[in-house]
Write a protein that binds this ligand. Structure first.
Ligand SMILES: Nc1nc2c(ncn2[C@@H]2O[C@H](COP(=O)(O)OP(=O)(O)OP(=O)(O)O)[C@@H](O)[C@H]2O)c(=O)[nH]1
Length: 293
């Protein structure tokens, strides 16, 4: 697994190169500020980091501890639960929900677990079709209904079926957009209630999918979902396709939520557990040279 996160930071490293073409042992505060902004760390967070840095010459170790501190909330603790473990996947359309659900399912399947999907984005026919296609490809059962049907019913049926057949995991897709934000909030809340009715304690976690190419502009969107439904963790998709890798710091910091995985490509296996040390060191490798080198 090691190396995937660093590799997916290639575009972010290129962006850093545009403001800091030569790797060095130390940088001035101004230089570090430019580098962080170029990597799409949000301005406010860059200011916070800089205000707390008293040294004039910034070394790798100094920046490392500052960046790791912004990811202090990234530890995730799995709750106690009785199988099946039910996950609700939320996020705006196009964030990569479908692909990420498939990647999660593939991951659990690789671990020898039995996974069932629920096509809960009944707002778009294409969402149901796409998830069904993935389910076929991965040879995983899926519960779906026609477009326009109540997604809570899909969630209930999926959990019910998974329970009676002894499945380990249930992953339920949800709509990313309805006619109004209030409708979406109500729908997500109802799905939550019905999940609990189908299986006490469910959903055991609600994951927000964020499109990494949106960078910091995803923060408000994430806050809105968190208010609507309560998020337990984040998955950032398309890290490999963005120069905005630094936005991970501002997203985690602003939401005080753990980042569980990052998407590092388009294939079912391209989902990597987020390791904050690998992520920070991958970024620092693009900035600093080793003192020994
Ligand atoms: N390079 C790369 N592409 C990704 C990643 N995750 C998703 N994609 C691509 O992003 C596009 C949109 O993802 P989908 O899962 O289809 O998302 P969607 O169906 O448009 O929208 P939702 O399912 O509603 O989020 C697809 O072309 C995916 O292959 C990733 O981690 N890396």
């Amino acid at each position: 697994m090691f190396g995937f996160i660093k590799k997916s930071l290639n575009k972010t490293a290129e962006a850093i190169k545009s403001v800091a073409p030569k790797k060095k042992i130390t940088f001035t505060k101004d230089e570090i500020e430019d580098i962080l902004l170029e990597a799409d760390v949000e301005y406010d967070l860059v200011e916070i980091i800089m205000e707390q840095t008293y040294q004039e010459k910034i070394t790798r170790e100094i920046l490392r501890s500052k960046l790791l501190a912004t990811l202090a909330y990234t530890e995730y603790k799995e709750p106690e639960y009785t199988a099946p473990f039910v996950e609700l996947i939320v996020g705006v359309n196009g964030a990569g929900k479908t692909t990420t659900i498939s990647k999660l399912a593939q991951r659990y399947k690789n671990e020898g677990k039995k996974v069932m999907l629920g096509a809960g984005d009944t707002f778009r026919a294409a969402a149901i079709e796409q998830l069904t296609l993935w389910a076929k490809r991965l040879d995983i059962p899926i519960i779906s209904s026609k477009q326009g049907h109540d997604p809570s019913a899909v969630a209930y049926d999926t959990i019910d079926s998974a329970k009676s057949k002894g499945y380990d995991h249930v992953i339920i897709d949800t709509a990313g957009r309805l006619h109004t934000q209030t409708n979406l909030a109500n729908e997500l809340k109802k799905i939550n209630r019905i999940c609990d009715k189908a299986h006490s304690g469910a959903p055991h976690r609600t994951l927000l999918i964020i499109d990494g190419t949106q960078g910091n502009s995803a923060i408000n969107q994430a806050k809105a979902f968190n208010e609507m439904v309560g998020i337990d963790g984040i998955i950032i998709t398309k890290l490999d396709g963005t120069a905005k890798g630094g936005s991970i710091f501002s997203i985690a910091y602003a939401l005080e939520l753990p980042i569980l995985y990052v998407g590092t490509g388009e294939q079912p296996d391209d989902l990597t557990p987020f390791d904050k040390y690998e992520f920070v060191d991958g970024l620092l490798d693009a900035i600093f040279i080793d003192e020994e080198a």
